[in-house]
Design a protein around this ligand. Structure first.
Ligand SMILES: [Zn+2]
Length: 441
């Protein structure tokens, strides 16, 4: 792999001890940031040099909750209007995902992963469903993200909504995938055990999942209290709150991701904090589905590690973080939430990803992964260790991504894809798949 030297950029390290570096060069070797030094110190360099003048350099962005499979829904107007979240599932997602074929799964992921590269997102934690094409679906996604050169943590969302056969096929897909990533020890692909949500999982299924997955020592990825109806169902049918129920099946641990948590109570927050479960906050999705807004301020106060996902609304993490901040302002008041929300993407997502990637992601430093994004930006006001977060939210988030590097490989440069992918051809193939999928819908 080529050595790369990046010079002249302003480096936003996401390391709280030294968040902004000026006049430093980054040397990338073997997929890692091997040296951060004054440009003059790196003398006999032979390799590729990137002049980052007029740009800020950040670690590649991390998305902790995504659904690659939802790409082909874009523009589909056939679903009945939905009055609440359960209708959104019944009228749209549960009709769509049943019809997905392996080819749809692959092109959905490929389109979304290319888009991620263009927005500087280099790591995605995904939650996949395709009840009509379960076995092998995670390998279809893996093929697509590998072609795009980014990192992904994949799982299949098991649910009981399509009968026992599908439940067991989903369990097997997770187990096969977890065993595969364990044996391959890839730096790019990881796994979790996926479950849709408590209200689509019986006690028998939760027990089976707990038993079957125990030896793998894995984390779980599940939607939790996205709408109030999840909690209401749990209280009515199981006489306990969602988080308590998951705890009783021993499904909470420090690799588990609970997506949404809009409607959990304070005691559930304390349980999540106790078991070091990460929460994936998805503010755009929550507003789109009108389910409410998770109380990120209170979750943080309770010691819960809250990261930022997009729930497939976008792969642009800087768009999501802005919406997250406005949502907390609306929920509380404009003085609230700034640190809690900026921490989700710029601190906690790294911490969450490092639970699977062993400490190398989410920060610029010597020995860290060479996952970087270069964004066009001339700071119009003083940029330093006190002001950099404001620059990210109000300025850098609106600027253009110029270059994306993952694992020391340049995937996108001068706003052009350097992947071995013909974007127009991929989009044409995807439109073909979408047309047929919409006919089956
Ligand atoms: Zn989701």
């Amino acid at each position: 792999m080529d050595k790369i030297l990046i010079t002249n950029g302003i480096i936003l390290t996401l390391n709280p001890e030294q968040p902004v570096l000026f006049d430093k060069a980054l040397l990338l070797e073997n997929g890692t940031i091997s040296k951060i030094a004054d440009k003059g110190e790196i003398t006999d360099f032979k390799g590729k040099e990137i002049d980052a003048a007029g740009k800020v350099i950040l670690p590649g962005f991390i998305n902790v909750h995504h659904h690659f499979y939802s790409t082909l829904v874009r523009g589909l107007g056939k679903a009945k209007p939905s009055k609440d979240f359960n209708q959104v599932l019944e009228h749209l997602w549960w009709r769509l995902d049943k019809q997905l074929l392996q080819e749809d799964v692959y092109y959905s992921a490929l389109i979304s992963a290319v888009d991620a590269v263009k927005h500087g997102t280099t790591t995605i934690i995904d939650h996949h469903a395709s009840p009509g094409a379960i076995s092998g679906s995670l390998n279809e996604i893996a093929k697509a993200v590998t072609q795009c050169g980014i990192r992904a943590n994949l799982c299949y969302e098991v649910s009981d909504r399509d009968g026992d056969c599908k439940t067991h096929e989903g369990i097997k897909e997770n187990l096969d995938w977890l065993r595969q990533v364990k044996s391959e020890q890839s730096d790019f692909l990881k796994g979790l055990f996926g479950m849709h949500a408590a209200f689509t999982l019986s006690d028998i299924t939760l027990h089976t999942i707990a038993e079957e997955s125990r030896k793998l020592n894995c984390g779980y990825h599940i939607h939790v209290a996205e709408a109030a109806s999840d909690e209401q169902y749990s209280l009515k049918h199981h006489n306990k709150h969602v988080v308590n129920r998951l705890k009783d099946f021993k499904l909470l641990n420090d690799k588990t991701i609970a997506a949404h948590c809009v409607h959990i109570n304070e005691q559930e927050m304390e349980i999540l904090s106790h078991f070091k479960v990460a929460v994936a906050h998805n503010p755009q999705s929550n507003q789109n589905n009108a389910v409410g807004i998770a109380d990120v301020v209170k979750l943080a106060k309770k010691g819960v590690l809250v990261g930022l996902g997009t729930d497939a609304m976008t792969v642009n993490m800087l768009e999501e973080i802005r919406v997250g901040l406005w949502a907390q302002h609306l929920k509380h008041d404009p003085s609230q939430g700034f640190m809690e929300i900026t921490n989700t993407l710029l601190k906690n997502n790294g911490e969450i990803a490092n639970r699977y990637w062993g400490g190398k992601l989410g920060m610029i430093g010597e020995g860290k992964a060479a996952d970087l994004v270069l964004i066009d930006y001339y700071p119009p006001t003083p940029l330093d260790s006190n002001t950099w977060l404001g620059h990210i939210i109000f300025g850098i988030s609106q600027a253009m991504v110029d270059t994306t590097i993952c694992g020391g490989k340049i995937l996108y440069q001068n706003k052009k894809l350097l992947l071995d992918i013909d974007e127009a051809e991929v989009a044409a193939k995807s439109r073909e798949c979408a047309t047929k999928l919409w006919e089956r819908f």
